[in-house]
Design a protein around this ligand. Structure first.
Ligand SMILES: CC(C)(COP(=O)(O)OP(=O)(O)OC[C@H]1O[C@@H](n2cnc3c(N)ncnc32)[C@H](O)[C@@H]1OP(=O)(O)O)[C@@H](O)C(=O)NCCC(=O)NCCS
Length: 198
């Protein structure tokens, strides 16, 4: 088993793991085509760190992070403007509510506590369900943090669900993450924002 940086050819396996690990999540509900577009954009982007864990030539886990959280989603869209426009136009007719939710969650932060978003952000980490709880996620997160540190990142943050999410919250706490605050993302999803100094 080894960790390496992800490449465009990994996208189909990454999307499979995403769908397996994030079954009832909003992003998953947008469909495999959107996820392929999303993760391809992530891997191509120069300010991201995307890693995969490989066992017997198959990907069993992945992570996707950016070195600079503030304004990242907007920059990601701008760097793929045409594809995003075409996809949005279709969503406008097929599922306008989902498009609205995506737009409202471009930034996920508290509107009560001041947050300058001066940190790297882990947007996604997942291990395929038959490989979970065997140390893969810890290894992947450590390698991702190392890559970010080599890019002079000092703090890393992430958001995760507040309710019914004890195992994942325990996972991040074990990895040295502390709660920065909690907040409600659109329309009514309560979330934690975690932070860790690297
Ligand atoms: C979260 C996730 C990436 C963790 O990866 P993993 O390979 O399963 O986790 P690991 O085996 O490396 O580490 C598990 C650690 O988490 C903690 N943990 C997990 N479940 C726990 C629980 N129920 N209670 C307390 N601690 C728990 C423990 O510290 C454990 O470490 P230990 O085995 O040394 O005690 C993985 O479970 C996953 O893909 N989950 C679904 C997707 C997801 O929720 N991603 C995060 C989105 S924010």
């Amino acid at each position: 088993m080894y960790t390496r940086k992800s490449v465009s050819q990994d996208v189909d396996q990454i999307v499979q793991i995403h769908c397996d690990a994030f079954k009832d999540f909003f992003l998953t509900s947008l469909g495999a085509e959107f996820l392929k577009f999303y993760y391809s954009s992530f891997i191509k982007n120069k300010e991201t760190v995307c890693m995969v864990e490989v066992e017997n030539d198959a990907i069993i886990g992945f992570s996707a992070a950016t070195v600079k959280s503030r304004g990242f989603n907007t920059r990601l869209i701008k760097s793929n403007l045409y594809d995003f426009f075409v996809w949005s136009l279709r969503m406008l007719f097929v599922n306008p509510k989902a498009l609205m939710r995506l737009a409202k969650n471009l930034t996920k932060k508290s509107n009560v506590i001041e947050d300058k978003e001066d940190y790297a952000e882990l947007f996604s980490i997942a291990v395929s369900s038959n490989h979970q709880n065997k140390g893969v996620g810890k290894k992947l997160l450590k390698e991702t943090e190392c890559e970010l540190k080599m890019k002079d990142v000092q703090n890393i943050s992430l958001t995760t669900d507040y309710y019914n999410n004890e195992a994942t919250v325990a996972f991040y706490k074990t990895m040295g993450y502390d709660v920065l605050y909690d907040f409600v993302s659109y329309p009514s999803r309560r979330m934690y924002r975690f932070i860790k100094e690297l």
